[in-house]
Design a protein around this ligand. Structure first.
Ligand code: NAD
Length: 350
């Protein structure tokens, strides 16, 4: 029996990881530790909440007293750490919250693991889930590899880069068995509608302007969230201590091209005339320090551990649109209250 503490399991990617582990490994005990911020929602996990190998604990990773006690009481065999503040725009308006959760929260977990697992680090694993944004921006060509130097530009990516450095330092200094993965942009079901794809789906459906930063020229690599969860499963079980893996879809899209594709799918799904959804596209003042292009080389993961993305992008987008159209109650639940206030301040239309 393996006991795995998954942090941030009520969030977008975390809920897919929890679901995959709970269903794939009935002999593992999965503990989901989450503070349930605006981005965390137990509605993401209603299908597995009754499974006997699943448990939820509400708690804050920055609360060191609570985290130390949790490790003493539960003594987990491994941690998969996803809890974070994750939205770049929010990090620009409130960087301190990102330092607290992403840096202090990660160190709080590392410290508790170091004390709890002392004398037997090789049989325990601390898996830290991170982003390709730590590598900074690319020009028109090239890709991030595991050897690319860190060059974060936003408070979000700076906080994630810092947490990555701390995780490596606990391996190099204390010998903790750590693994890190850096993944490109995810898309799929249960994604909070402040991020590009779910925001666009929700706005198109409600006939509201679809905000696109600058001229929509920024390029991102997109990966189906369930493929990310599978990659985490593979790396968690197969990587060597101290390893880093890049995860990506080899699927680069300019924001404006992606939105155009999505608008076409929405026209079809909603029975609208061609171009009706695209007419909602509205260019808004660019994000400060907006990185031009990210592209990630996941050859190491594919060659060494045999992981490959399973889904072609347009098929994944169609599945995502279907999920949002079929899960109106979820959408209404997460877009009530604070979301409305946040949304009003965020976009300066012109
Ligand atoms: P998310 O914002 O959807 O979920 C984050 C979760 O962490 C939420 O459930 C929230 O309640 C929880 N949380 C926040 N602060 C906490 C605290 N102090 N204590 C306990 N729980 C707390 O984020 P996501 O998009 O699912 O990202 C998960 C992880 O993957 C993050 O570490 C992020 O940096 C990384 N990542 C995300 C992407 C992406 O495209 N979304 C890509 C690469 C890496």
């Amino acid at each position: 029996m393996k006991k795995i503490l998954i942090t941030g399991g009520a969030g977008f990617i975390g809920s897919h990881v929890v679901r995959l582990f709970v269903k794939s490994y009935p002999d593992y005990e999965i503990i989901n530790l989450d503070k349930l911020t605006y981005a965390g929602n137990l509605l993401n996990l209603t299908d597995i909440e009754q499974y006997p190998n699943y448990r939820f604990i509400k708690g804050d990773i920055t609360d060191t007293g609570f985290i130390n006690e949790l490790f003493q009481v539960e003594n987990p065999d491994a941690v998969i750490h996803l809890a974070a503040e994750s939205h770049v725009d929010r990090s620009i308006s409130n960087p301190m919250e990102f330092v607290m959760t992403n840096v202090i929260g990660t160190v709080s977990l590392l410290n508790a693991a170091k004390e709890c697992w002392k004398g037997n680090y090789q049989d325990h694993r601390f898996y830290h889930v991170s982003t390709d944004e730590v590598y900074g921006a690319l020009g028109e060509t090239g890709m991030f590899t595991e050897h690319t130097a860190y060059d974060p530009h936003s408070p979000y990516s700076a906080s994630k880069a810092s947490s990555d450095h701390f995780v490596r330092a606990y391996h190099d200094t204390y010998g903790l068995n750590v693994v890190i993965s850096n993944c490109s942009n995810n898309y799929g079901s249960h994604h909070f509608p402040e991020k590009l794809i779910p925001l666009a789906i929700n706005n198109i459906k409600n006939n509201k302007p679809v905000p696109v930063y600058g001229k929509g020229e920024n390029v991102r690599d997109w990966l189906w969230v369930e493929d990310h969860a599978r990659a985490i499963d593979t790396i968690f079980h197969k990587a060597n201590a101290g390893d880093t893996y890049n995860i990506g879809g080899h699927n680069e899209w300019k924001n404006i091209d992606l939105i155009q594709l999505l608008c076409g799918i929405m026209d079809e799904k909603l029975g609208r005339k061609d171009g009706e959804s695209a007419a909602l596209i509205t260019y808004v003042t660019d994000r400060a320090g907006h990185d031009l292009r990210y592209a990630i080389d996941s050859a190491k993961l594919q060659d060494n551990l045999g992981w490959v993305p399973s889904l072609q992008f347009e098929e994944g987008l169609r599945k995502t649109v279907d999920w949002y159209l079929e899960n109106q109650e979820w959408l209404e639940n997460v877009t009530s209250g604070h979301y409305q206030d946040y949304y009003k301040q965020q976009y300066e239309y012109h």
